[in-house]
Design a protein around this ligand. Structure first.
Ligand SMILES: Nc1ncnc2c1ncn2[C@@H]1O[C@H](COP(=O)(O)OP(=O)(O)OP(=O)(O)O)[C@@H](O)[C@H]1O
Length: 465
């Protein structure tokens, strides 16, 4: 059955209204629309019904003797917050509008309501429930793929990081996370959010370096329809999406100067203004930022606003590079390998001792992200555990015996895959530019977005090497 021809989901509806004619009508018509219905003559009966069983959707009159529609909705949301509610009302009132916001009421219908209108609304409820379920399924899939925000590593350095996360998470303070590329800055940001009181609200991540300059403002603050060429619809920005939760501003050092001023204003007033809009909207968002740049130097050079630096940097967490905590490599490598092989029993040895030795001797300019790519490469090549050094990418067998550093491009003797050459060139460019991705991308002649994609993707070249 295609999306279009699919029957809408049958809903379990509670209908409560003191009008006898409506009770009779709904008792007949709602089952005809494919739903099951419990009809209640007043709010008290409706609350008693909710105490006995769960409903997908409430269809309640606002004014009923004894307990009104809002009491019924309140009761249902206490036990099952995902219950949808439609309010029936003689006339739209301030009371119903407030309830609509407070209890996230799906809609309110003004009496006398037309059956067609109700049918469409109930289809909307069914569709929303299906979308919510899909989002939940996707979120749990994503959690499985990415792992929760669990930071692996029991080195002294990571212990300090974990303690700092636990301390700062419950506050609302702005946090600045510093560290080289791939050290886990986003994971730390997510851990702060997950351990905060905002954990049930959205965590929204935006990479300030990967967005074209002309789009950042509308991406962050939204825009009004027609605000600029191409703005065909009014769109909310990421600040509004993150309302109640946390906004992670990755690579904040890449934010253009004009946007720095606008961001500062938002952080000071707690209000955003969509592009092309005259009025402001209040938002409640905790800011977590990250950078691999030395922001103080940028301030000195006039590239970053000092006032913004102080604003985003109430609390600072410095992430150590992987080469400074090589004792974490065995745990990390094993943890990452289980992302690809979730069924390996915990008792199995995944990496041979020599493989761990080779991994520990590497300098890891791409840090944990590079390690994840290497482990993925090995899990593809290895047919029988444990993973041996020959399952690692070629650059590991070509390392000089004395050191763990990557060989210079010119020094490589054996053949390398195009992908390996490409990754090596990327890492070397990043090294030369002190981890600065925009500069590395410029030197390599690729867009910043492409650079991010290449760093993030498990590569086809490595998979087939
Ligand atoms: N301590 C850790 N434990 C488990 N996984 C980690 C850890 N640190 C990093 N990772 C993994 O390494 C990868 C890169 O991490 P992340 O994206 O958080 O790094 P980043 O510092 O934000 O990188 P960039 O500066 O390039 O944005 C992710 O797959 C992440 O899950």
């Amino acid at each position: 059955m295609t999306e279009d021809t699919k029957q809408p989901e049958s809903l379990k509806i509670l209908f409560a209204d003191d009008e006898k004619s409506l009770q009779k009508l709904m008792g007949l018509e709602l089952p005809r629309l494919g739903h099951t219905v419990t009809v209640c003559p007043d709010g008290v009966t409706a609350i008693a019904a909710i105490e006995k069983e769960d409903f997908d959707c409430l269809l309640v009159d606002l004014d009923m003797p004894g307990k009104g529609g809002i009491d019924v909705i309140k009761k249902a949301k206490e036990t099952r917050p995902d219950t949808e509610a439609i309010i029936l009302t003689g006339k739209s009132s301030t009371e119903s509008a407030i309830a609509a916001v407070e209890f996230k009421v799906f809609a309110y219908l003004t009496k006398p309501c037309r059956l067609m209108e109700l049918k469409t609304l109930l289809e909307g409820v069914a569709k929303k429930r299906e979308q919510d379920r899909r989002i939940k399924a996707l979120t749990s899939r994503l959690d499985r793929i990415e792992g929760k925000s669990k930071l692996i590593g029991d080195s002294g350095a990571m212990e300090i990081v974990n303690k700092m996360i636990a301390k700062v998470a419950p506050s609302n303070s702005a946090v600045l996370i510093r560290g080289e590329t791939g050290t886990g800055k986003e994971l730390v940001a997510k851990a702060i959010h997950d351990q905060s009181l905002r954990h049930a609200q959205p965590f929204v991540a935006v990479n300030c370096g990967a967005l074209p300059e002309n789009l950042i403002e509308s991406e962050l603050f939204g825009h009004r329809k027609g605000a600029f060429t191409g703005a065909e619809e009014t769109r909310i920005g990421l600040f509004e999406v993150a309302h109640g939760g946390s906004l992670f501003l990755d690579e904040i050092g890449e934010l253009p100067k004009a946007l720095q001023a606008k961001l500062l204003r938002v952080l000071e007033t707690g209000e955003i203004r969509r592009v092309g809009e005259n009025s402001s909207i209040k938002v409640d968002v905790r800011i977590i930022s990250a950078t691999h740049r030395h922001i103080e130097d940028m301030v000195q050079d006039g590239d970053f606003r000092e006032d913004l630096m102080f604003r985003i940097n109430t609390f600072e967490i410095q992430l150590p590079p992987l080469r400074e905590r090589t004792e974490d490599i065995p745990l990390l490598a094993e943890h990452i390998s289980r992302r690809f092989w979730p069924t390996i029993p915990m008792t199995h040895t995944v990496f041979a001792t020599e493989t761990i030795h080779a991994l520990k001797s590497h300098s890891w300019p791409g840090n944990v992200r590079e390690l994840a790519n290497v482990v993925e490469h090995a899990t593809i090549l290895c047919e029988e555990l444990p993973i041996q050094p020959q399952h690692l990418p070629r650059r590991f067998s070509e390392q000089s015996p004395s050191g763990g550093d990557r060989p210079e491009l010119r020094a490589v003797s054996g053949p390398m895959s195009l992908r390996e050459l490409e990754m090596q060139a990327i890492h070397e460019a990043l090294d030369r530019h002190d981890g600065n991705k925009p500069q590395a991308a410029e030197e390599l002649g690729i867009s910043l977005k492409t650079l991010y994609n290449k760093l993030n993707q498990a590569t086809a070249g490595e998979k087939t090497a």
